[in-house]
Design a binder for this molecule. Sequence first.
Ligand SMILES: Nc1nc2c(c(=O)[nH]1)N[C@H]1C(S)=C(S)[C@@H](COP(=O)(O)OP(=O)(O)OC[C@H]3O[C@@H](n4cnc5c(=O)[nH]c(N)nc54)[C@H](O)[C@@H]3O)O[C@H]1N2
Ligand SMILES: Nc1nc2c(c(=O)[nH]1)N[C@H]1C(S)=C(S)[C@@H](COP(=O)(O)OP(=O)(O)OC[C@H]3O[C@@H](n4cnc5c(=O)[nH]c(N)nc54)[C@H](O)[C@@H]3O)O[C@H]1N2
Ligand SMILES: [Mo]
Length: 761
Amino acid sequence: MTTHLTHWGAFEAVSDGQRLTEVRAWRGDPEPTPLIGNIASAQHHPTRIAQPHVRAGWLDHGPGAPGRGEDPFVPVTWETALDLMAGELRRVYRTFGAESVYGGSYGWASAGRFHHALSQLHRFLNCLGGFVHSVNDYSMGTCKVLMPYVLGDMNWLYSHFTAKSVIAEHTELVVAFGGLSPKNQAVAPGGASRHHRREWIATAQARGCRFVSISPLRDDMPTEAQAEWLAARPGSDAALMLALAQVLDAEGLADNAFLDRYTVGFDRFAAYMRGASDGVVKDPAWAESITGVPAARIRGLARDMAGARTLVTVSWSLQRAEYGEQPVWLGVVLAAMLGQIGLPGGGFGHGYGCSATVGEPTRQLEVPRVAQGTNRVSTYIPVARIADMLLTPGAEYDYNGQRLTFPDIRLVYWCGGNPFHHHQDLARLRRAFDHPDTVVVHDPFWTATARYADIVLPATMSIERDDYGAGTNDRMFFAMPALTEPAGQARDDYTIFADLAERLGVAQAYTEGRTSGEWLRHLYEQWRAEHSTPGFVVPSYDEFWAGDGLELPVVEPAQVLFADFRADPDVHPLTTPTGRIEIYSDTIAAYGYPDCPGHPVWLPPREWPDDPAVQRFPLHLIANQPKTKLHSQLDIGAYSRAAKIAGREPVRLHPDDATARGLHEGQIVRIFNDRGSCLAGLVIDDAVCAGVAQLSTGAWYDPDPADPSFCRHGNPNVLTADRPSSSLSQGCTGHYALVQIEPYGANLPPLTVLDPPPTRP
Ligand SMILES: Nc1nc2c(c(=O)[nH]1)N[C@H]1C(S)=C(S)[C@@H](COP(=O)(O)OP(=O)(O)OC[C@H]3O[C@@H](n4cnc5c(=O)[nH]c(N)nc54)[C@H](O)[C@@H]3O)O[C@H]1N2
Ligand SMILES: Nc1nc2c(c(=O)[nH]1)N[C@H]1C(S)=C(S)[C@@H](COP(=O)(O)OP(=O)(O)OC[C@H]3O[C@@H](n4cnc5c(=O)[nH]c(N)nc54)[C@H](O)[C@@H]3O)O[C@H]1N2
Ligand SMILES: [Mo]
């Protein structure tokens, strides 16, 4: 048995050298996830890319030839592919410069820190002169921009939110906007070792802690929480939070001493909340009409919050929407009004239900990783502006107080991500992908993005190479020896870049003369020299490699967010501009953005049910993270396929909504709006509130050849809008859209995405 790490957990496997013959959860994991069931079945699936491929039109007519996404692919040798690639990189860098290469390459790739696909791509492109990069992510694209103005840097916050063990011991009331999703707590970037969701929530519950979940899905809260469920209308949380705040204010329940000492700008916000600035009092009656939550229930909850040690948590999903700043900022304001920030179990949290490692004890050390070098190109985009960049080079736009210009991209290089999974309005993305001369993809699988590329290079899966890794803020650092040989002709991204670097005359800069095995040892030894301290002796590389994971030291006792700040805000100021919690931000106000003013407000999303333009689409689409996989990864795996209905992604609907449409369980339905449509298999379930359709992300995009806006498999991103969250953050808004559902009458079209694309000899 050899241990290996994935984003969804560690596992142990037996291998015959080619494939995994037995897979079971790592023995140290008390609550392993069934997601490990996708790995072995996916490894040799027909959609594994067997060898390098070049799109026929590109091969015959050169860069920019039409036919991307339509032409067959020509299988070629590695020699040919690498020669073509090197020639094309040389042409683009010489003719158009580094500013014409987009290497943002957003995506989760695999666990394993050396063979981290994006890091290797960035290092390689930096050796060639740099590339246009992306900032932020799809996960927290809005709050990462907002938080530095309000609470402080989000990367720091991520590993310093009050520990779950502290919540389990002290919190009396958890008010969870977006729930505490059990499926999402299985996953963490870079890996999760000891899952213990049931344990911390059940401990809190048994002690008498009450959980209230504000969410369109009952199962966004684990059963062990025995939560009360408040099904507010999706997208309305800011209104609900304003009304909770208004009750605290009007009933004298707000902690004014806390607001005075630790925050700035409450008065400006209060004028809005009380109706002084716009004539509308944001009271529970006002919020009832927006949220659908009875005013009495809102008032009761506000009083309960003031009477208990209360933790306000907001999931990242709420900010993956238009004006996504508002519910996050208001969550902070609510917690500030309760005056419990910095106390054990009270205050604010962001992301407890989003990742296994939010609320884990803060890790004292980073793990070794490869340096990406220096990017000489300063041009970047907020990551979700990819289609805008490709469609409108030269156009100007606002971002975080700046006026930026989209560059003119000739070559797109993707390694470790799947934009035809993660981006919104896929038909528009497809038009955008027509713009560059050349699209290059490395991936183990024929993902939709690989099918839209010109040069496709087969990458190894993490189980096919030596590596090591630890999740962000996870305390276990694992050696990850290769479990099998690479499938087909797959090569490590590192080896591919090293061969390209050789052809382009930058081999020394890229490899520094090391093989990947030598790099692993070198980076480890460097790290060991830096981190061997009397309290923590790092074992030799050989001991580490032979061991079953190294336990890294964490801060003890477990952290309470902002305990220092509470003790003395002058000695321990926040990293915000004023050092205080900013309920009003002068900096944001000065930007003058109507879609993100200086204090939090309620702004209805542009697609809001009152609008006659969208009345044809009365259902809120919840395109959340999938339960049976990580994003689009291993959607061909056994555990993911087992949940499909006639091969299509399941969509869940409330019984009343199904009856009203004459739909029955297991039926194939068509989900549509003005942007696109997709097929899905119907599951009728009263865990979904009425008026909501839940279709998770991750089904491999399988467009009708005649209509790229119609996905035959059930990818919700044909339905979502490619609209920014706001001028401040320019984040993605994949978590909010309106749709309609009807029976699918026509003959069920076959899926093509489970087979490799057509090839030409
Ligand atoms: N509508 C809607 N859309 C969303 C979201 C939503 O809530 N709603 N959520 C968004 C969020 S939060 C995220 S993070 C994104 C996720 O979007 P992505 O991170 O792009 O999704 P993944 O499916 O994880 O893509 C990773 C790709 O890397 C490949 N890969 C794995 N290992 C390797 C390797 O070693 N080398 C190479 N070259 N490739 C490798 C995998 O096969 C896979 O194709 O999706 C976003 N999209
Ligand atoms: N199994 C699994 N786990 C994952 C991932 C995965 O792909 N699979 N992806 C990981 C990644 S990259 C990320 S970023 C995190 C994401 O973590 P989140 O963003 O929290 O995850 P989601 O599943 O998108 O959304 C959580 C819940 O929010 C609720 N919700 C949606 N809209 C609203 C709203 O307007 N108001 C309220 N109150 N609730 C709403 C939905 O019911 C949804 O189920 O998850 C991580 N965990
Ligand atoms: Mo994410």
